[in-house]
Design a protein around this ligand. Structure first.
Ligand code: FES
Length: 84
């Protein structure tokens, strides 16, 4: 199984082959995808791109974390801030 690493709010997160950003973050125990860290913001919910609850910023573009494949070296940030 190929593994790699991307940055989430400046911290490295490992992922497995074929995993989305949302899956990798969930497996790493990070379920709150917002800037507040209080669990009341963005999160992985539907997993199919319908709810838009998992929006994050990847290399400057807003994307659904559940639909975006994890890739080595990506810089992933919460909406509304970078590395907060
Ligand atoms: S979890 Fe619903 S759009 Fe990503």
């Amino acid at each position: 199984m190929k593994r790699g690493c991307f940055l989430w709010r400046g911290e490295p997160v490992a992922f497995g082959d074929g995993e989305s950003i949302a899956i990798a973050l969930t497996k790493a125990g990070m379920r709150d995808l917002s800037t507040g860290g209080d669990g009341g913001g963005s999160r992985y919910f539907c997993g199919i791109g319908a709810c838009q609850n998992c929006l994050v910023v990847v290399d400057g573009a807003v994307v659904e974390a559940c639909l975006t494949p994890a890739s080595d070296g990506l810089d992933v940030a919460a909406l509304g801030g970078r590395h907060e």
